[in-house]
Write a protein that binds this ligand. Structure first.
Ligand SMILES: [Zn+2]
Length: 253
């Protein structure tokens, strides 16, 4: 078959990104649409519309990166923190809807394998990746193989009894509560009022506003603490990670 292509779907808490992906990793026809979060039905309708727009001759499969806990054996989505997707045979649902083979993967795992295959990790055999967006996800490749177990780095505790976590997570002091776009918006509103958000925080910091720079500095420190722990746990060379010098070894108390 001449140049078979797949449709890749990155389902985020804020937006759905789609594109037509060639075997060599090139992406064409990139599209972006807001994620409907009112209900599971609305979310599925949004996904259907996003995929339909790109279905054409030569498309041989669909791949979904989903911010959810999922079971690879059954193709079932068990639950999600930031979107209304729970208890659904997602792979079967999409196969039936589009009559194409469907692959599903936790979004952070998919991003990690993408970087391993053709991005920042293409020259290494083991790597850890953090994805920062609405939430904070993570993935691990060890000796060339994607780790399929529970690797929710966003929910590791970096501050005992700290701020409440996001979405449906009931924990406190988790990395996700400090380093995401959602966290940035919350901190911006506390400092600058209800109209502020993460974008404004960045803009103010660029304009050398002291409070904005302090908030971002603290977020960076928290993120560094999380990355430092991961480097210590996985014994990584930290290639491409600017935190190496400060976080490569055990920290003094
Ligand atoms: Zn959490």
């Amino acid at each position: 078959m001449a140049d078979p292509r797949v449709i890749g779907v990155d389902l985020g808490g804020t937006k759905i990104l789609t594109g037509v992906v060639h075997r060599d990793g090139t992406v064409e026809h990139r599209r972006e649409t807001p994620t409907p979060t009112e209900s599971q039905d609305a979310l599925l309708a949004g996904l259907d519309a996003a995929v339909e727009e790109l279905v054409e001759d030569g498309i041989v499969g669909l791949g979904f990166g989903i911010p959810s806990r999922l079971d690879q054996k059954t193709g079932r989505v068990e639950g999600s923190v930031n979107i209304p997707l729970e208890g659904l045979d997602f792979r079967a649902r999409m196969q039936e809807r589009f009559s194409l083979p469907v692959g599903i993967e936790n979004d952070a795992n998919a991003a990690t394998y993408g970087e391993f295959h053709s991005g920042a990790g293409r020259d290494v055999q083991s790597m850890v990746m953090l994805t920062l967006g609405t939430g904070c996800g993570g993935g691990v490749v060890i000796d060339g193989k994607l780790y399929r177990g529970w690797a929710e780095f966003g929910h590791m505790v970096i501050e005992y009894d700290g701020v409440p976590c996001q979405g449906s997570c009931t924990g406190r002091g988790h990395l996700e509560g400090y380093v995401t776009g959602t966290a940035a918006t919350k901190l911006a509103q506390e400092e600058f009022g209800p109209a502020a958000d993460a974008h404004r925080l960045i803009r103010l910091a660029d304009e050398r506003d002291d409070a904005a720079r302090r908030i971002l500095g603290e977020m960076g420190g928290k993120l560094g603490a999380g990355i430092g722990s991961l480097v210590n746990i996985f014994d990584l060379p930290a290639a491409g990670c600017g935190w190496h010098a400060r976080s490569s070894g055990p920290q003094p108390a």
